[in-house]
Design a binder for this molecule. Structure first.
Ligand code: MN
Length: 242
């Protein structure tokens, strides 16, 4: 059975004590299984306190983030790659302390618009870092989701097929493809087919509308997407991002 979740930004824009309390309480009250907590700066998540709140509310969590220009592991620059690997490891330590099952997002490059195409050497360097980070994640029972995003947010993984190829390169059982309905609507010629083609490599899924608004008020074929998820045997988390 898929765990259903809400991205914390559905409720709050930050993670102060009040915001954490509200977002966790509302997510539990509305019947969801987990909350996805943005972890652009995992050091500010107060893991002990947050975990206590999650346990009291009876829900789990996942974390999501994107790297930045100073931590870009697809850059080929050794100093930036080292900083990126350190950032991912720090985030994973916090994820472990929170009891998070998944860490996902733009973990493989900076979360930014690039003005040049990626290089093969950069993609391979990113995959090499990811395979080391995957080992640390596996020690803590954490799955990593490589989120496929539109061209204005990264130049490395814009299609499901690119993400499957990247995961093959990393070659770790806990590194999976993370698809997002909103991004697929921009980049995939056929999002339903993209889910089918990803198949067992899918490890995390974001629902959302074509304009990030209320589900049903945009142009995404949710029935088709969910049918494809069922047909693929997908049993991982499904979280709503808005
Ligand atoms: Mn997303």
């Amino acid at each position: 059975m898929n765990k259903l979740g809400l991205h914390a930004n559905v409720w709050v824009a930050g993670w102060s004590e009040d915001e954490a309390a509200l977002a966790i309480a509302k997510t539990a009250e509305t019947g969801f299984d987990l909350i996805e907590i943005p972890a652009l700066d995992a050091g500010r998540l107060r893991p002990a306190e947050t975990r206590k709140r999650l346990d009291a509310a009876g829900i789990g969590c996942t974390l999501s983030l994107g790297l930045d220009a100073g931590t870009d592991i697809s850059s080929g620059d050794p100093a930036l790659m080292k900083a990126g690997e350190d950032k991912l490891r720090t985030t994973l330590s916090v994820a472990r302390d929170l009891g998070a099952t998944h860490v996902c997002g733009i973990l493989y490059s900076a979360f930014q618009k690039y003005f040049e195409p990626p290089t093969q050497a950069g993609i391979e360097a990113s995959a090499e870092v990811m395979s080391r980070v995957a080992g640390y994640a596996a020690e803590n029972g954490i799955t990593l989701g490589m989120e496929v995003v539109n061209r204005y947010e990264s130049n490395v993984l814009n299609t499901a097929a690119q993400a499957v190829a990247y995961c093959r390169m990393v070659d770790a059982p806990n590194v999976k493809v993370h698809l997002d309905a909103y991004h697929m609507h921009i980049e995939e010629p056929n999002p339903v087919e993209a889910i089918r083609a990803t198949g067992a490599d899918l490890g995390y899924f974001h629902t959302g509308e074509s304009h990030r608004g209320y589900i049903g008020s945009g142009s995404i074929d949710h029935a088709g997407l969910f049918r494809a998820l069922v047909e693929s045997g997908y049993d991982g988390p499904i979280t709503y991002e808005s």
